[in-house]
Design a protein around this ligand. Sequence first.
Ligand SMILES: [Cu+2]
Length: 178
Amino acid sequence: MTRRSARGGTTVLPGKADGRCVRSRRRIALLVVILVAAVYLGGGQRGFAAATIRVENAWARPAAAMGDTGMTGMGGTTAVYMTLVNDGQQADRLLGAATDVAVKAEIHETTMVSGVMKMRPIPALVLPAGARVVLKPGGLHVMLIDLKRDLKVGDRFKLTLRLERAGAVTTDVSVRQP
Ligand SMILES: [Cu+2]
């Protein structure tokens, strides 16, 4: 009898099992409190990473889905412009974008090559802490490639940006003339 009680856990009496259950529930509750506290403290230091990138005034030029190929989903392109505001304490990077209205979206920069304006894809766009990065005609833009439908003035569509720290940020894009 003494031996059995000393070993504790081996005899599963209903009373004992309940006690164990309450104890583990308390342990889980404590764990939850610790986790929540960790998230709050961590968030405070990082300034809540998920909410640090804001998109202002996103717009795109109107374009036909067919482009020059005569086939929808092949050849039609347009550019999306916006201002990216980093309200955080740390730099972030725009790594990519996606939208339902195009097969592909790329981050492009515009450069002058011997007097000719050319654009090319860049793998990432750095958004310094506290900075406002402007994507505008003649400069940086998100290129939509192989449009799936016509984009007419007044249309709206969703564009999801993929950021290294902030994650996915979805914005409304309105179609208008520059
Ligand atoms: Cu482009």
